[in-house]
Design a protein around this ligand. Structure first.
Ligand SMILES: Cc1cc2nc3c(=O)[nH]c(=O)nc-3n(C[C@H](O)[C@H](O)[C@H](O)COP(=O)(O)OP(=O)(O)OC[C@H]3O[C@@H](n4cnc5c(N)ncnc54)[C@H](O)[C@@H]3O)c2cc1C
Length: 510
């Protein structure tokens, strides 16, 4: 019996730029495997909409592999059980998968896999697929390393894969098969590499000009933003492919006469910065997996009640806070699986400041609603927008002002909060100011759950009381040293480190 290279697909559902697959294929016959793990999928941060995207991507991946000679093998169960089962008939010479910076569950599962591999004498090879560096010693020079990693050649797929005998491909399970709750999401982005390639091409050459100006708008953002997030999260496209295509586009724009490029240059500069951010944030979770469950700055532990007030959490989660713009954002997210950055940040801030909820339960709720859920971005962002990192500017978004700024005519609100149809246009952001408010509020739409100005003021005082603590700054400096962007205040070697409470971490990275 020949021995096989087992290529375990995780968040890398493609054959292009798949180093694990390409390298394994040079060593011998490959079993390309995806394991649908019900226990993982039933976690509090996972959902059927995410699975639906993965399911569609698996169909295409299976075809791409079949075209090379061996279709994707799909199994349902615990990964190590599946490996053992396959090994009974197909001895495993090597295990291949990309490094993953996942949630606590997948981290623990990877440790079980490592043990499994050690006990059976199987070498587990884990090449990185992003710019995240495992066992990073410190952040100095991180951005340069990222540029170098993303500049490496895109790995072509293997030309041919020998067909494996006596190994059934297996059915791709449905969300129901995995025991997932119903999760209707009519506006969800569909999965699969072909749509990912299309998304990248239309963004770089057709849609992207308005990116810089329109990304914060919940309406225009739908087309002006790249919408690549689920493709990057589930790996139908690699980060390297996206970065290199963006750089090529930037070079051609640079070569074109300035007056001819409209908003393109600025938009592409903003976009390519965001690609750095992705891995910059993921690096934080890689370096400190506890970030998913513990406050980054310990001074915030216990400041908000750990048990979320169910009435407040429920109103926020269901888009029934009585704050029209907040509710419109939450309902739009439920129906589409996507929201732009500014609105995600605002939803999180309202939950953490105005409603004074601990970030963990709201963070899980948002994770479930995001088709693009990526733990490495999500949890550091959740903490950042909740003001618990100790190193970022505390940003308490005013949900009414955000509405006026981003949805001046109330079009977005009217679309998602039809209960407000009779409210005059000028007051749709603040229906409580309308003379006829009593015909709607408390009847078809709730009164505001809080006085948002008073709640924000109170939250600011509480947060600053924590920051005023003597030991706060000392710990914050240590956090900045470990996780901070080198442009956001920390001095380089030989200089004194200080925390500079600016928002530059959002804006730039070294
Ligand atoms: C509370 C909160 C939770 C978030 N959770 C997720 C998540 O689970 N998955 C996810 O992909 N993004 C998350 N983001 C970041 C950001 O909102 C999304 O990446 C973006 O809205 C996705 O749309 P896009 O692909 O059109 O983005 P674009 O603006 O076109 O950006 C392109 C890519 O750059 C990366 N990126 C963009 N903005 C950021 C950012 N601020 N931080 C890190 N990376 C960024 C993403 O990979 C994104 O796909 C979160 C933001 C907040 C405030």
């Amino acid at each position: 019996m020949s021995a096989y290279q087992l290529v375990w697909f995780k968040r890398d559902l493609r054959v292009v730029d798949h180093r694990a697959l390409a390298t394994a294929a040079q060593l011998g016959p490959v079993i390309p495997l995806y394991v649908a793990e019900p226990e993982w999928w039933r976690g509090k941060d996972m959902s059927a909409r995410q699975w639906a995207f993965v399911e569609e991507s698996l169909v295409e991946l299976r075809q791409a592999l079949a075209a090379r000679g061996q279709p994707l093998v799909v199994r349902v169960g615990a990964v190590t059980d599946v490996f053992d089962d396959i090994a009974k008939t197909h001895p495993i010479a090597g295990l291949w998968s990309h490094e993953e910076t996942g949630n606590g569950w997948s981290y623990a599962r990877d440790r079980r896999v490592a043990l499994w591999a050690r006990e059976r004498g199987v070498a587990w090879h884990e090449p990185p697929q992003h710019g995240v560096i495992r066992k990073l010693k410190n952040r100095n020079g991180w951005a340069k390393k990222w540029d170098a990693l993303m500049g490496e050649g895109v790995t072509p797929p293997p030309h041919a894969l020998p067909a494996i005998e006596h190994l059934a491909p297996g059915a791709i399970p449905t969300a129901k098969d995995l025991g997932l709750r119903d999760d209707p999401c009519p506006g969800r982005q569909a999965g699969g590499r072909m749509l990912g390639e299309d998304c990248l091409r239309t963004f770089l050459f057709q849609r992207g000009e308005a990116y810089r100006a329109a990304m914060a708008s919940p309406i225009e953002g739908f087309t002006a933003c790249s919408r690549l997030s689920p493709h990057l999260a589930w790996g139908t496209l690699s980060m390297r492919e996206v970065a290199q295509a963006t750089w090529a586009r930037q070079r051609s724009l640079k070569a074109a006469p300035r007056g001819r490029t409209g908003g393109w240059r600025g938009s592409m500069t903003s976009f390519s910065g965001r690609l750095h951010w992705r891995d910059h944030f993921t690096q934080k979770l890689e370096d400190q997996p506890a970030l998913e469950t513990k406050h980054l700055h310990p001074a915030y532990e216990g400041v908000r009640p750990t048990e979320a007030d169910p009435a407040r959490l429920g109103a926020w989660a269901n888009g029934e806070t009585g704050l029209p713009f907040v509710d419109a954002c939450m309902r739009s997210l439920k129906a589409t699986g996507w929201l732009n950055f500014r609105m995600r940040a605002m939803l999180m801030a309202v939950s953490s400041y105005h409603l004074w909820l601990d970030w963990r339960a709201p963070g899980e709720h948002l994770a479930q609603l995001f088709t693009d859920y990526e733990p490495g971005i999500h949890w550091p962002q959740v903490q950042m927008q909740s003001g618990t990192t100790g190193i970022n500017t505390v940003r308490i978004y005013n949900p009414v002002k955000q509405g006026y700024d981003q949805d001046p005519d109330g079009v977005f609100i009217r679309r998602w909060v039809p209960e407000l149809a009779t409210v005059p246009k000028v007051l749709v952001h603040e229906p409580w100011r309308w003379d006829g408010a009593s015909t709607v509020l408390g009847r078809t739409y709730p009164h505001p759950i809080v006085d948002h100005l008073a709640a924000a003021k109170e939250a600011r005082q509480k947060v600053w009381a924590v920051r005023g603590n003597k030991t706060f700054r000392h710990k914050a400096n240590a956090i900045q040293h470990k996780h901070g962007s080198r442009k956001s205040g920390i001095k380089m070697r030989g200089q004194r480190s200080t925390v500079k409470e600016t928002n530059t971490e959002r804006a730039t990275l070294v």
